[in-house]
Every structure is written in C-alpha cells, then in structure tokens.
Design a protein around this ligand. Structure first.
Ligand SMILES: Cc1ncc(COP(=O)(O)O)c(C=O)c1O
Length: 379
C-alpha cells in the first residue's frame, strides 16, 4: 500500500476529522494575499469568479452531479438545514412533519428537538438498530406517512453504518416531502452517486472531515424542485446576480441556482483549502474509491489484530461501513484520554469510541494503535 505520509506534517490521528495536508498551507496564505491585495474586490476578482466555481466543479465531479451551479455553500450544515426547513411551504403556518432517525448528528437532532418544544415541528424517529432491518423500516415509514421533510444520514455518525438505499428512498418519498441526506460522513469517504438521487434529494456535507479542508466549507446540493421554494431564512448573498432587493409592492426575488439558499458574509478561506486538496488529489491520482478501500483495509486489520469486544457491527464484512469503526465501551472517555497521552487522537460520543482511517495512515499506524490498546487492556 502506497504511503501518503509525506503529504502531511501531522498524522497521528485516528479520527474522522482528518488532518490538513501541507498543500492547504499555501492555499490559506493565498487567501491572505488576495484579501490584502484586493480588499473588498476579492469577492468579485477572486472568490465569486474563481474560488467558488472551482469548488463547485470539484464537488460536482466527486458527487457525480452534473449541475455544479446548483450547490449552496455555507460555513456549516446547521445553517443550511435551518434554511432548508425555512423554505418548506408549511414553515410558519403549521408544525412541519418530519421523518428521521434516532441517530442523526446534533446539528439536526438538537434543532429538531427545539422545534418540537416550540410546537414548530412533529417528528417520527425510526431507530437505526437493528441495522439489518433499517432500510425496509425506514422506506416503509417514508411510503406510509404524510411528511414535509425526510432527513436521514447516508453514513451514521454514531456507528459508521451506510444507508445504501438512497435511490429507493427517492422513489418512496411522498411528493409532499423534501428529502435531505446528511452526507457529512460519506462525502470524500465513500463513493457517492448523485446523478439520480440528486434530482430528488438535497445532499449536505462539509470539508471538515474527509475532504481535509478544515472548518467553514459546507455545502448542500439542490434538486431542481428546490428552485420552487422560498427560504424565509435568507441572507443578502442570495441577492447576487438577481437584484433581489425588496421593492415597493413586489416580492423578494431569488436567484435560480445555489445562491438561492445563500446566507450572508462568510470567511471563504475554507474553499481555498478545499480547492488545494482537490488539486492535490488530482495531481496524485487519488480518488474516493481508493480512499475508501484503504480505510477498509486498515479497519479490517484493526478488527483482526485486536479482537476487542464492543465493535458496533453494521453488517456483513464491512460492506456497509463508512471510514471509521465505532466501539461501544463503558470506559470510552477514559480510553480516548489515555490514547491522547500517546498522541493517538480518537474521538468518542457517549460510550462510543471512534477510530477513523484515512490517507495519512499506514498499516504500521494501525499496528501501533493495537499495541497501545492491548497495553491499556492489561493495565
Ligand atoms: C453526521 C454529521 N453531520 C453534520 C456534521 C457537522 O455539522 P455542522 O456543520 O452543523 O457543524 C457532523 C460533524 O461532526 C456530522 O457528524
């Protein structure tokens, strides 16, 4: 297996938030140069005309989406989720009816709980476990209910389970519902095919994890039907190109591309870094298939060498596993802390310890992790 360690100066993590490759340093400095040189004109001269279109093209390529202009950008997915929900015809008129799961990330689950408390939403949550029956249970719920929004992860953050039935979901969803897929753990981690699914569903993700771009570079791909919706949460960047000032006696106008779901002033440096990573991958001949297969090789090695109880099994032979493994351990926080002392960075959610695998790992790193974990076991 080829080593990519020379592309990074930090590589000791075992975590879904991947380190930034060194190529992002020059990109980050270029952002500074552009800001210092062009001042406010940087938006026209560099960002809107060069950086963001390049990022959208790369997103389109990696997601197999042929409409890169129909990608909304924002600093985080929470902002995009809120904007999407504010665009639903029911928003502000009656509680929004939501179908989701019990395993969504906090950016959505916390917000949904608050909407419920405020009487702005009602929710049905399908448990993800047992995983074997999840696709059928979720699709059945999608078919049988009257929903305004269906929100589900592609890869679940607390297990790594991959919900592969996105096409089936797009077909099962009632016409009344918008369908949103949280792709934070699938984008740049497992191959994603949006050529059909993206025509019906929204897909949200960001650059903080597998795309190695750091904070601030999140996006949402729009299905064509998104252009008929009017987000009530809308920032002035949605006015670019459409002269959408509220005029006397007329409605606010929205553009018919990704800017329809835009917010307001944001730090665009994440998109400079994102473009640098995409260029690096192109130069090195790296694609998402290769990244996923490397992660699975390393995950198998950890499972086979460690023989630890508590592995959250998502199905047969890692066929439905994202690029990390989750272990259910009563002492997850303790193990996380002890590994950190040895500069092995993991993360945990409740009792679940997560080991992420990426380009920056070699087999030797997994072996080192196994040694460290066995030592902890024997203490
Ligand atoms: C499944 C999932 N969705 C979304 C996010 C990020 O959310 P936000 O961009 O709102 O911070 C994460 C981050 O860990 C995640 O695991």
């Amino acid at each position: 297996m080829r080593s990519y360690k020379s592309l990074y100066r930090s590589s000791l993590e075992s975590h879904p938030n991947h380190p930034w490759p060194d190529a992002t340093r020059e990109a980050h400095l270029r952002f500074w140069e552009d800001s210092a040189h062009f001042l406010d004109r940087k938006w026209e001269e560099r960002i809107l005309s060069g950086v963001l279109p390049e990022a959208r093209r790369a997103l389109g390529k990696h997601l197999n989406l042929t409409r890169p202009d129909d990608i909304a950008l924002a600093p985080n997915t929470h902002e995009l989720v809120f904007r999407l929900v504010s665009a639903l015809p029911a928003w502000g008129k009656r509680p929004v009816r939501v179908l989701t799961t019990d395993s969504e990330f906090h950016s959505f689950s916390r917000q949904l709980a608050l909407w419920e408390e405020a009487g702005q939403a009602t929710a049905q949550r399908v448990p993800t476990e047992p995983f074997a029956s999840f696709p059928e249970r979720f699709l059945q719920a999608a078919r049988s209910g009257q929903y305004d929004l269906i929100y589900v992860s592609h890869v679940f953050f607390n297990s790594g389970y991959v919900f592969q039935e996105l096409k089936e979901l797009a077909l099962a969803a009632p016409e009344s519902a918008e369908v949103a897929i949280d792709g934070y753990h699938s984008f740049a981690a497992i191959p994603v095919q949006l050529q059909e699914v993206g025509e019906r569903c929204f897909y949200l993700a960001g650059g903080y994890k597998y795309a190695q771009a750091g904070e601030g570079a999140c996006f949402m791909t729009l299905p064509p039907r998104a252009q008929a919706l009017r987000p009530k949460n809308s920032g002035w960047f949605a006015a670019f190109g459409s002269l959408s000032e509220k005029r006397e006696g007329s409605e606010v106008v929205f553009p018919n591309d990704g800017f329809r779901y835009a917010g307001a002033t944001f730090d665009p440096s994440g998109w400079y870094r994102f473009n640098a990573v995409m260029r690096l991958w192109e130069y090195e001949g790296i694609d998402v298939e290769a990244i996923h297969s490397r992660a699975m090789t390393l995950a198998k090695r950890l499972i086979e060498n460690l023989e630890w109880p508590g592995l959250v099994k998502t199905g047969h032979e890692l066929e439905r596993q994202g690029n990390f493994l989750a272990y259910e351990l009563p002492r997850a926080a303790q193990v996380h802390a002890r590994l950190a002392e040895q500069e092995i960075l993991t993360d945990f959610r409740g009792n679940r310890l997560r080991f992420g695998f990426g380009l920056y790992h070699d087999v030797a790193d997994v072996d080192r992790l196994c040694v460290a974990l066995r030592k902890l076991d024997s203490e």
